[in-house]
Design a binder for this molecule. Structure first.
Ligand SMILES: [Zn+2]
Length: 499
């Protein structure tokens, strides 16, 4: 029998998230359905977004080297990491240990075509969420929120009267002053000095700079409160004109990003070596006399004076060349046909019995049962703070589920056509550059007159599995011939040989 562990994570910063218990339940159901034995669980609770320490996750990765189980099951792949790039790296580590990651909610395999499908589905999700958020918003506002104070911290300038949030005029004037002054270009330090002079303090002390910036970017002052995807506009009375708030927001962003240069990722880092001395090529930048920043890949051997003669190459040119080579490769008619066919069949699979909708409906059933049990307990007089808290949790979960089910139901009625898939195919490849490079490229060896590009070989265990890695299952050597000493990026010659 195949064996697995479950990894679950709950981050407190996303309020619409599935609870740990919910995640575990879905994963267990998934395992049962697929005849997989669960050997243990790894759980990271309430880790904040900025803290990527996740002790149990690290422990799980470490334990994976003992190769005692075949799979890691998670509720959704986003439990794994906040971005796809990291997810790909972690998955690779596990794959090296012979372990596969399974997502209980998403039936998308860990293959290039899976990734392309995922990015298409993501676009659809966004579309549906945006449209449905509008509809759901109205319903929720009427039933649940009614604009009443829900507890929690109240921003400076507001107070609660009869469960309704109202403007505290004794403090609101300070907020208006701060926004107006900032918009006039008065430095925050000076604004604080002015307030202190007027005797306006924050908790008995002069305002801190961070506090003021926090206020300037608090959307609630403009009357808008965002709760996950919901936009609630009847809870906080408007203290700052919407237009003023927006102008301030733009100004803060401009000041934040305008001065310091934006960090530019070197997509090929850690993948390229110099063809002459074998040392890694590293990212370098310099500012031209015109003030324009120019970025290069440079041989680290040459940089440390090992005598290597490799010339540096413009970052954009090299990256474009590599990405184009990959896209060219993936756009060959036979490869494209086979990927499109795969995506179509994945889409059909997703719709069948194993679909997200079925999972959600099962989960809804579970939550309803738990709610009924709890209500029975309350009716029998077993009431405590914890039951009350649990009741709210379950109700919240029920609402989230209803919303997700609504989204899935509407998605089911729309299917991406084959011609649409073809249309979006190249776009999807373009938007996943980093991921494509990380998953598909094993190594790039750079000469002045040619580029050798090696694709990854899958570490598949059975021939059946390797079929999934359609275009990873051979080594491809892309040789870029140079005509007159300068690399011409457009002429790419692809030579393939079986690895
Ligand atoms: Zn070199």
């Amino acid at each position: 029998m195949q064996t697995a562990v479950i990894y679950a994570r709950y981050s407190s910063d996303n309020q619409t998230e599935q609870s740990i218990e919910g995640q575990l339940r879905v994963c267990e159901e998934y395992a049962k359905k697929n005849n997989i034995l669960i050997l243990g669980t790894y759980i990271d609770r309430a880790m904040t977004g900025t803290n990527d320490n996740r002790p149990d996750f690290q422990r799980m990765i470490k334990d994976s080297s003992r190769k005692e189980w075949n799979y890691v099951i998670c509720y959704k792949l986003d439990r794994f990491s906040r971005n796809k790039y990291e997810t790909a790296i972690h998955k690779k580590t596990l794959r090296d240990n012979g372990i596969k990651v399974l997502s209980a909610m998403e039936n998308i395999p860990d293959t290039p075509e899976g990734i392309i499908l995922e990015s298409l589905l993501e676009g659809m999700n966004q579309y549906f969420s945006a449209e449905l958020a509008q509809k759901v918003k109205r319903g929720m506002r009427e039933t649940r929120l009614k604009g009443l104070y829900q507890g929690g911290g109240l921003p400076y300038g507001y107070k609660v009267v009869n469960r309704k949030i109202v403007i505290d005029e004794t403090k609101a004037e300070a907020i208006r002053f701060i926004f107006n002054q900032y918009l006039l270009g008065i430095p925050v330090r000076e604004i604080i000095a002015n307030l202190t002079e007027k005797g306006i303090l924050y908790k008995g002390k002069p305002f801190a700079i961070n506090t003021v910036y926090g206020m300037l970017s608090n959307e609630k002052y403009s009357g808008i409160y965002k709760h996950g995807e919901e936009v609630i506009d009847n809870m906080y009375p408007q203290l700052i004109d919407k237009e003023i708030y927006e102008s301030v927001r733009h100004k803060i962003e401009k000041n934040k990003y305008g001065k310091s240069s934006i960090r530019v990722p070197y997509l090929l880092r850690k993948k390229i070596r110099c063809g002459y001395c074998g040392k890694p090529m590293i990212g370098e930048s310099g500012t031209a006399r015109s003030g324009e920043v120019k970025r290069y890949y440079k041989c680290s051997g040459k940089k440390h004076n090992n005598g290597c003669k490799k010339s540096q190459i413009r970052k954009d040119e090299l990256e474009d060349c590599i990405v184009n080579a990959i896209i060219l490769e993936l756009s060959k008619p036979d490869i494209m046909d086979s990927i499109v066919a795969k995506i179509m069949s994945l889409q059909n699979e997703n719709e069948s019995a194993n679909s997200t909708l079925t999972m959600l409906l099962n989960e809804q059933h579970g939550v309803e049962k738990a709610l009924n049990n709890l209500i029975t307990a309350i009716e029998n007089g077993i009431i405590s703070n914890t039951t009350n808290k649990r009741l709210h949790e379950l109700e919240k979960q029920q609402e989230d589920l209803e919303r997700q089910i609504l989204v899935e139901r509407s998605k089911k009625s729309i299917k991406i056509s084959e011609s649409d898939i073809r249309k979006y195919y190249t776009q999807a490849l373009q938007s996943e550059k980093t991921l494509l490079i990380n998953i598909l490229i094993k190594e790039i060896i750079l000469y002045d007159d040619k580029i050798e590009l090696y694709f990854n070989n899958p570490t598949s265990k059975s021939p059946d599995e390797s079929r999934g890695f359609l275009f990873c299952s051979y080594n491809t050597k892309i040789v870029q011939e140079k005509e007159n000493k300068k690399p011409s990026i457009t002429d790419i010659l692809i030579e393939m040989y079986l690895g």
